[in-house]
Design a protein around this ligand. Structure first.
Ligand code: HEC
Length: 367
């Protein structure tokens, strides 16, 4: 096996040994790492220096002691990379497959060793980075571009889109910028233009892998670049604040929850409102757990305006997220948002997004 030629020549089965020689064991993560991985990944999993390697790798080695890079990866993806080899997850073929050399238990043991290389528990772990729903905001801080679009299905033509940019900084923070633009039909004419631009800040308050939970607080400010009369945003400065929770459930299922308030600065032109969103989903991985992720999600959305004659609006939004490429960092989600209460004037919409996690690679990487 190529793997073992580079990896130090050890297989999971203890090879025959001369009498009296110390027995090679592959019981602990460190032993497995030093037996099979250190030749490339280097001492402490920081990556083998080129001088030691003796060949020029086409890809740079990840540094597992760099918390910023390693904590955002999920062991679920690492397991697939180690089992299937680099190409299984859209990485270089230099990273060999250990499907024959290591048992799944040994792979889990060596991954625990890789995790220990970032000893700082303040970094939220990638396991808590749950698939993004169409409406419910994630608690995990991201490096992402998202393009999202919603189109009315009734006669009132309307298409609203947004470009979302999310940039993580520090251990637990994220900046967010949203540029919405819409085209709406008013009578026989269509108005098109920019809505209210939004800037936001997310802060992770709590994250724990044993509990399977992550909680964040978010504050957003919308600047009145839109025009309410033309159907393009509120055109009123608005503060929005909410909490977001992600909770891992068994078997790749999860719940995400978001609740907060919208506080326009001029309640006479735009009423204050409270909202809650709940997403339940479950991922399925193709190729015996090592392939593409498919995630059906259903969301329940509730909105309540604080004006005398306001009703509470309820919507349900079934949807399907799928990763497009092997590295899983480019994904699409498509679903419908269907009003179930307070349905007057609210069309069923078809909603779509495409997202690119740009920390994990370029748009053309990992296919
Ligand atoms: C022959 C050299 C080689 C050996 C041996 C090797 N790796 Fe790798 N590994 C690589 C390279 C190169 C990459 C980076 C590929 C890329 O970025 O395209 C990589 C990537 C990885 C990744 C993905 C990291 C990420 O950022 O998602 C994991 C996990 C990993 N290796 C674990 C292991 C483990 C565990 C072992 C031992 C059981 C091992 N590797 C043995 C070369 C090797």
């Amino acid at each position: 096996m190529v793997a073992l030629a580079y990896g130090g020549g050890l297989s999971a089965q203890t090879p025959p040994q001369p009498p009296g020689a110390p027995r090679l064991t592959l019981d602990t993560g460190r032993q497995i790492f030093e037996g099979a991985c250190i030749g490339c990944h280097g001492p402490g999993a920081t990556g083998q220096p080129l001088s030691t390697l003796g060949f020029e790798p086409p890809a740079t080695f990840p540094d597992f002691s760099d918390c910023n890079g390693s904590t955002r990866e999920r062991t679920f993806d690492w397991r697939a990379t180690i089992h299937e080899g680099g190409p299984g997850r859209g990485f270089s073929e230099i990273m060999p497959s250990f499907a024959d050399a290591l048992t799944l238990e040994q792979i889990d043991t060596v991954m625990a060793y890789l995790r220990e290389q970032c000893p700082d528990p303040a970094w939220p772990l990638g396991e808590l980075n749950l698939p993004r729903a169409l409406f419910t905001e994630k608690a995990f801080p991201e490096d992402e571009w998202v393009l999202t679009t919603a189109a009315n299905t009734n006669r009132d033509g309307g298409v609203s889109s947004a470009i979302i940019y999310e940039k993580r900084f520090g251990v637990r923070n994220q900046l967010e910028l949203v540029a919405p633009f819409s085209a709406v039909q008013q009578g026989r004419t269509w108005n098109a233009g920019v809505g209210d631009l939004v800037a936001g800040y997310k802060r992770v308050l709590f994250s724990s892998l044993p509990a399977g939970s992550i909680v964040s607080a978010v504050g957003e400010f919308a600047v009145p670049t839109g025009h309410a009369e033309r159907g393009l945003g509120l055109g009123v400065p608005k503060v929005e604040t909410f909490a977001a929770l992600g909770q891992i459930l068994p078997r790749l299922s999860f719940i995400q929850f978001q609740a907060g308030g919208e506080l326009p600065t001029d309640p006479a032109r735009a009423p204050r409102a409270a909202f809650g969103r709940l997403a339940f989903g479950k991922s399925f991985a193709g190729n015996q757990g090592f392939g593409r992720l498919w995630t059906p999600i259903v969301e329940v959305l509730v909105d309540r305006e604080f004006s005398p004659d306001a009703h509470t609006s309820w919507d349900i939004a079934p949807q399907f997220q799928v990763s497009l490429n092997r590295r899983q960092h480019i994904r699409v989600n498509v679903g419908v948002k269907h009003p179930v209460r307070n349905t007057d004037g609210r069309s069923t919409q078809v909603v779509f997004y495409a997202l690119w996690d740009f920390f994990d690679g370029g748009l053309r990487d990992g296919w």
